[in-house]
Ligand binder design. Structure first.
Ligand SMILES: [Fe+2]
Ligand SMILES: [Fe+2]
Length: 326
């Protein structure tokens, strides 16, 4: 039976892979600038500077777009939580440390750009946004360390692989519902970064699967089974997440088909022949879990279709002046 590597052994064994992936990332990543994605000409002073404070009618974003923007921005705002987690769960030395620093600096651009866009265009209430940021950052993000999960590097690598891809999907689809080419372009730019981050972490996990298959799969399986978006716990998260799912920005089907399965396929989890008994058991648990996710997603879609159809019928009835009661 294969022995589990210690945290130190994992970090040492994977260091050459971090170095390779870091170099690959640096040669692929685009050096972009937040100010290029914000329509500064639309800005004007708020009351404290002699202008007018925010009013709801100033926003050109729908309720759904506002909810998604705020959830995505607050998620980005909690960067110090993620930084703490990866700095502690990986290492601050050598290539690991260089990656932690570089990744943190790239992530910080996302929050900067989105906040500038929202404040300049008056997309959301800046006072409510600031209160939510204070509350969310004070509490910290919902990440594996906060779940009392095992915190060796494998759990962190598995979590961020799925989380980066989930964030990519969410940003991309938020851009679409904003119905504003500027927001769409900005969120496409950010989503492209998240994709590169995902590739880095996915390649790291792939190397970990080669290095210590059972141990790596144990971490992956636990992370997939317990996965939660990092925004869980932010103010008003349940209502906003429900809107986000209802309008196809991030829903259970997308979670399964666009996030979980592509990564598991890339790692060839269900085709590998190098697992021992412990790995085989994890694979079985994971397979059963994925099937359950599929059933849950189908149920969610049916319920959503019914709700959306009923809402459309009510809207039509209201437009034609027909109350539906004869
Ligand atoms: Fe980000
Ligand atoms: Fe990212």
């Amino acid at each position: 039976m294969s022995r589990n590597l210690t945290q130190l052994e994992l970090l040492i064994e994977l260091e050459p892979v971090v170095e390779r992936e870091l170099n690959r990332h640096l040669s692929t990543a685009k050096n972009w600038h937040p100010h290029d994605y914000v329509p500064w000409g639309e800005g004007r002073n708020y009351a404290a500077m002699g202008g007018a404070d925010w009013e709801p009618e100033q926003s050109r974003l729908s309720e759904v777009a506002r909810a998604a923007m705020v959830v995505n921005l607050l998620t980005e705002d909690n960067l110090p939580s993620y930084h703490r987690e990866i700095a502690e769960g990986f290492s601050r030395d050598g290539a690991w440390g260089t990656w932690v620093g570089r990744w943190t600096a790239e992530e910080n651009r996302h929050g900067i750009t989105m906040r500038d866009y929202l404040v300049v265009t008056r997309g959301v209430d800046p006072v409510a946004l600031e209160h939510a940021r204070m509350a969310h950052m004070t509490k910290g993000a919902d990440t594996p360390a906060a779940w009392d999960a095992d915190t060796n590097a494998l759990y962190g690598l598995a979590y961020v692989t799925f989380q980066e891809l989930a964030t990519r999907v969410s940003h991309r689809n938020t851009g679409k519902v904003c119905d504003d080419p500027i927001a769409d372009k900005m969120l496409q730019r950010i989503a492209a970064d998240e994709n590169l981050h995902m590739v880095f972490y996915r390649n790291m996990c792939e190397a970990a699967l080669e290095l210590t298959p059972d141990q790596a799969l144990e971490a992956i399986s636990m992370i997939v089974r317990r996965f939660r978006m990092p925004g869980v716990g932010m103010p008003d998260f349940r209502r906003k997440a429900a809107l986000i799912a209802k309008h196809g920005i991030y829903d259970p089907r997308q979670h399964l088909d666009d996030v979980v399965m592509p990564v598991l396929k890339k790692w060839n989890i269900f085709g590998r022949t190098d697992f021992g008994p412990r790995g085989e058991q994890c694979r079985e648990e994971l397979g059963a879990f994925v099937e359950q996710l599929d059933r849950d997603a189908a149920r969610f879609e049916e319920r959503r279709d019914r709700i959306l159809m009923a809402e459309a019928a009510r809207r039509l009835a209201a437009e034609t002046g027909d109350s539906g009661r004869g």
